[in-house]
Design a protein around this ligand. Structure first.
Ligand SMILES: *Cc1c(COP(=O)(O)O)cnc(C)c1O
Length: 442
């Protein structure tokens, strides 16, 4: 009898999951053949792969839903488009055309808003780092300055001195809203009195006065009640300041942070179940204003929602380049998009859909990107049928942050396509090339 050949043992997880309403896990396939009526195959053939695709129709629908939730409950509400969430020119323009002002957190974003024709008075300037020269320009142009720290108060006083004016400012505050870890890095704390102290410090200097109170309590907030608490504390500070300094604070700003329908890793219920609706958020904030308003007038209300408005309107199309069988027996796919474009894959389980139905049973597969980096993993374990070179996957929702945080690392940053309301796709950002990324190098 000849000796049997030694084979390396492997362990494969056997999934006993019962068939659900979506069918059996070895047969079920999630398929998407189009976005807003435009075929996925047409998009990749015409515009290449990988590409980000945005739907103007879906952007506008989400905007109207959220705006109506607030404006039906409150007489004076304005949205500020959070540039860092997505500052592609054509995307910002859509929000400005819908009536949003600009919310920026750096001199770069400020300049971008100005270049898009947004007037200074329609720019909210947030953030912990505002270079003094740029802060001065923002003051001269009448932007809404949201003060983050005492150094900035000093800078603003010097600017007031230089310009011979008194400067209206808003203050950013942070507070306990029952959500932990608490975001206490930005602005001045409410509970320990730092916020009121900072306002006193402003009035003591005689060069600044308060016109607004702002907070941005976090991102992906799954508890609408946190906004009720934030609003309550803003309104309490407003009343104290108005009484103490005989001031009138014209506006309050509740920042952003409303969740989108993406699936956060570690949360096992689906986004449909855990994410509050636009009405939940609007109810929490506007009720608290009515309840705690002690002044004759209602303040103007600003919101700086980013993620909730755009996340689901953005898709990434990526193609299979090849596949392998790893030594442990697992199937691995090489895609043309990786963590260079999906920086947020660490936190979210994306919805990943196939361009058509494929023959064969599903098996647990790993999705890797094109980077020569071991960490370039989009999905560790996804049940997929056998795919081949050229199979296209649609990954969503990726409208928030993924493009602005996409890295020009190893490969060029890809093109971006917008499908307009008529269902016509057009390039709003070309794929980079050597000339566009290298032009400042010597
Ligand atoms: C990032 C940011 C926003 C937008 O946050 P989302 O979670 O995208 O809604 C709003 N305001 C400020 C100050 C921010 O830093």
């Amino acid at each position: 009898m000849s000796k049997q050949k030694y084979e390396i043992p492997t362990i494969n997880k056997i999934d006993f999951a019962m068939a659900s309403k979506y069918g059996s896990p070895v047969k079920s396939q999630k398929i998407r053949t189009e976005i807003d009526g435009v075929k996925i195959s047409e998009l990749t053939e015409k515009f290449g792969s990988p590409i980000f695709v945005f739907s103007q129709k879906q952007i506008e629908e989400k905007y109207h839903t959220l705006h109506n939730a607030f404006s039906s409950r409150y007489p004076d509400v304005t949205f500020g488009w959070s540039y860092k969430t997505n500052y592609l020119n054509e995307i910002c323009k859509i929000y400005h055309d819908l009536g949003s002002v600009a919310e920026v957190v750096s001199e770069f974003e400020y300049q971008k808003a100005r270049a898009l024709g947004v007037e200074g008075k329609d720019i909210i300037f947030n953030g912990p780092y505002k270079p003094k020269a740029d802060l001065k320009i923002a003051v001269e142009e009448g932007a809404k300055i949201h003060v983050d720290n005492l150094f900035e108060i000093n800078d603003l006083e010097e600017i007031a001195e230089e310009l011979g004016i008194k400067i209206p400012v808003a203050i950013r505050i942070n507070m306990d809203t029952g959500i932990y870890p608490q975001w206490s890095r930005f602005g001045f704390n409410f509970e320990n009195g730092d916020a009121l102290d900072a306002v006193e410090r402003m009035y003591a200097g005689g060069k600044l006065y308060l016109t607004g109170i702002h907070s941005h309590i976090g991102t992906f907030m799954l508890d609408a009640n946190a906004y009720r608490l934030a609003t309550m504390k803003i309104m309490q500070l407003k009343e104290r300041v108005e009484r103490k300094f005989n001031a009138e604070i014209a506006y309050i700003d509740l920042g952003g942070g409303f969740a989108s329908k993406s699936n956060l890793k570690g949360i096992y219920q689906s986004a449909e179940v855990v994410v509050p609706t636009a009405d939940d958020y609007a109810e929490a904030i506007t009720n608290a204003i009515y309840e705690f308003n002690k002044s004759e007038n209602l303040p103007k209300l600003y919101l700086e929602t980013g993620r909730h408005l755009i996340d689901e309107a953005g898709y990434l199309l990526t193609s299979v380049w090849g596949h392998k069988r790893f030594p442990d027996g697992k199937k691995g796919y090489i895609l043309d998009a990786g963590v260079n474009l999906l920086y947020t894959s660490t936190w979210y389980n994306f919805n990943i859909e196939l361009d058509k139905r494929y023959e064969g049973d599903n098996e647990a597969s790993m999705l890797n990107g094109p980077l020569c980096m071991n960490i370039d993993i989009i999905e560790e374990n996804l049940m997929l049928p056998p795919l081949d070179r050229g199979s296209v996957l649609t990954i969503s929702p990726v409208g928030a942050y993924n493009y602005t945080q996409a890295m020009q690392f190893i490969r060029y940053k890809p093109a971006v396509v917008l499908i307009d309301k008529e269902g016509t796709p057009r390039v709003i950002k070309e794929v980079d090339d050597l000339a566009t990324i290298n032009y400042k190098e010597v």
